[in-house]
Design a binder for this molecule. Structure first.
Ligand SMILES: [Zn+2]
Length: 451
């Protein structure tokens, strides 16, 4: 079999989108038919090229078999494939016996990184290809007599932070290391545009700058709030004595908050989930970054051991918890996708420093919104004592998106549960949150308007 993985249609699509590959297949296909075809008119050759794509498998297989029968052997072997990371950042390491000549490009719908290699025999362990982190699918195979291809599908837009081939220090062979980081739709579109310019200037020296996608999309970027209804699907979250599930409370409240926020035409409102689906914590953060959210509001209604504790609480991120309640709450929330398995990867030091610098600004915006939110709720919605608390919530860890987690009430408290089910109370609560968002929007707008 020439291609590993599933979906011939998908594979043909991958072929279709690569000019290089088109040309190779075209050449091959034409060679198989007859040399005289080269004298045909361009329109007919274009038709043949389409047919060649559709017949790619038919065309390639006999050649390869014949090649193998003649005792042909790839010069290059890809020995192992390893992947580590989470929804925001993944590292891929491929071991080769010889130095590979690697060419890469990006494809969209779905977001893919295509790695072209000379003809390669792949010895990957199937288990190692199991999707994880940012990578949702891995496929590879021979695409022409002398070309092989490795395709990494990602869960969303990404950028290739690093891709290098290095000689192994303590053993023979080489390794290709690729660091892939979740990015925004705008950044991915820009990378695709840059790629087009590079390809064009390689084919013909057109010069010229890349289309200013970042400018056009950047200026049209609307202030975006990402509402994150906690839990969902197999993760029901907390449950009250009477059987009310947290995942349903947060979704209903999230929808009402969305409708209220949408009254401000300057604000674009998105939700991490709009139905009863399970989402990993990292995926929630990744979505906020994909859409370049200006504010992330995670909604919860947990249970707590002390049943008399009640009232809304606004949490922001901190490595040290402000108190025992906050610590317990963060531990509990961070556990919500432990069953899905989180793989971590040590990030480079420089990356950490840059992240920290960005986070400092992001964090001060998070604190600013949290303070404004508490003020807006005060006197209108029942609040816990010390309503602004801190803890190490994973879902608040987007380095560039100001984020808060709001416990709108506690399902362990009967009075809170009653309020959470009361439409008029919910209306008041979403109005107060919305009021705080409007004020925050004005503040951010003013900050950005300053020279
Ligand atoms: Zn929760």
């Amino acid at each position: 079999m020439l291609i590993c993985g599933q979906g011939i249609a998908n594979y043909v699509q991958d072929l279709n989108e690569s000019q290089l590959c088109n040309n190779l297949i075209e050449t091959m296909f034409l060679r198989i038919l007859t040399a005289n075809l080269f004298s045909l008119k361009p329109a007919f050759r274009k038709f043949l090229r389409r047919q060649a794509l559709l017949s790619a498998f038919v065309a390639i297989i006999p050649i390869n078999s014949a090649f193998a029968a003649q005792g042909g052997k790839s010069e290059l072997s890809a020995l192992t494939f390893k992947m580590a990371g989470d929804d925001l950042r993944s590292r891929i390491v491929v071991m080769f016996d010889n130095e590979p000549n690697v060419e890469t490009h990006l494809l969209e719908r779905p977001h893919r990184l295509v790695i072209d290699l000379p003809e390669t025999s792949f010895g990957f362990d199937k288990e190692s290809l199991t999707p994880r982190g940012l990578i949702s699918e891995v496929r590879y195979g021979l695409i022409a007599q002398t070309r092989s291809r490795l395709i990494l599908n990602a869960k969303g837009p990404f950028k290739v932070e690093k891709l290098e081939v290095v000689k192994n220090e303590s053993s023979s062979g080489y390794r290709m290391v690729a660091d892939i980081v979740a990015s925004s739709d705008r950044e991915f579109a820009q990378a695709l545009a840059d790629q087009k310019v590079t390809t064009a200037s390689l084919n013909a020296d057109t010069g010229g700058a890349s289309p200013a996608i970042s400018d056009t999309l950047g200026s049209s970027h609307q202030f975006t709030v990402m509402i994150d209804p906690g839990h969902g699907g197999i993760d029901s979250g907390a449950e009250s004595v009477s059987g009310t599930l947290e995942k349903n409370v947060t979704l209903a409240f999230g929808r009402e908050l969305r409708d209220e926020l949408m009254k401000n035409k300057n604000i674009n409102v998105l939700m991490t989930r709009e139905d009863d689906t399970f989402l990993r914590l990292g995926e929630r953060v990744r979505l906020a970054r994909q859409h370049e959210a200006d504010l992330f509001i995670s909604l919860h209604a947990d249970t707590i051991r002390h049943k008399d504790i009640r009232g809304a609480t606004v949490y922001t991120l901190s490595d040290k918890a402000s108190d025992d309640v906050a610590r317990a709450m963060a531990e509990r929330e961070n556990n919500s996708d432990a069953s899905a398995g989180i793989y971590s990867e040590e990030a480079p030091v420089v990356h950490d420093i840059l992240m920290e610098l960005t986070q400092r600004e992001t964090h001060s915006f998070s604190l600013n919104f949290a303070d404004g939110l508490v003020k807006s709720l005060q006197g209108k919605v029942n609040l816990i004592n010390n309503p602004h608390r801190f803890a190490g919530f994973q879902v608040l860890r987007a380095p560039d998106v100001p984020s808060v987690l709001v416990e709108i009430g506690y399902l362990s408290n009967k009075d809170d549960e009653k309020l959470l089910k009361d439409a008029s109370w919910r209306k008041r609560a979403v109005e107060r949150i919305s009021h705080a968002v409007d004020k925050y929007y004005t503040l951010r707008n003013n900050v950005q308007a300053q020279p």
